[in-house]
Write a new protein. Structure first.
Length: 193
């Protein structure tokens, strides 16, 4: 399998035609949530996430012990445990991130658009830490699991909520981690009165 941030020609970059893109399985492996089988498939790893509230309907590998698709409407249901969130990258993104911030336990993979209103409202001051990934991940296609023909087109960050999320991103700091990046702890801000 190609490395998650393999370089491709500029003409092949930034060509997304859907917001249903799968998390690279090697990222989930590095976080302890997924394990490759001898047969070349995947199964839950030694430390799986409890819930993925916005999984793809056609997902060839698991992202969490329980996965909800658009059919189950994850925004309207009660969340439990540690959450993995690779939300649709569209207008609803920050609805999902706000929900994770309120829930308080898990990781969100998203664009590092730190200047946006949604990022300021639901990440800065609410997440425990941010892990800014070096390079740009290459997502995978639903159904086949094949790597997309273009990278994600922008810098990405893992927003960690709660102690469990922070512990997971710290795994990526190991010298042999395939996911170099920078960990930025976020001090809690006092609420305005």
């Amino acid at each position: 399998m190609p490395h998650w941030h393999t370089r491709r020609p500029p003409s092949a970059q930034n060509v997304a035609t859907t917001d249903d893109l799968l998390t690279p399985p090697c990222l989930l492996e590095a976080l302890g949530a997924l394990r490759e089988t001898r047969a070349g498939g995947y199964r839950l790893g030694p430390d799986p996430f409890d819930l993925d509230p916005c999984a793809s309907r056609k997902q060839p590998w698991p992202t969490a012990a329980e996965q909800w698709t658009v059919r189950e409407d994850g925004l309207s249901r009660a969340w439990r445990g540690e959450v993995w969130l690779n939300a649709p990258y569209g207008r609803s993104l920050y609805h999902w991130v706000a929900r994770l911030a309120d829930h308080g336990s898990g990781l969100a993979l998203m664009y590092a658009r730190t200047d946006t209103e949604g990022f300021r409202a639901h990440v800065w001051g609410r997440a425990s830490a941010l892990y800014f990934l070096t390079g740009r991940p290459w997502f995978h296609q639903p159904v086949t699991g094949e790597q997309c023909p273009a990278n994600c087109g922008g810098p990405m960050v893992l927003a960690a909520y709660g102690d469990a999320g922070l512990a997971r991103v710290r795994r990526l700091l190991a010298d042999d981690s395939p996911y170099p990046g920078t960990l930025v702890p976020i001090p809690r801000t006092k609420e305005k009165r």
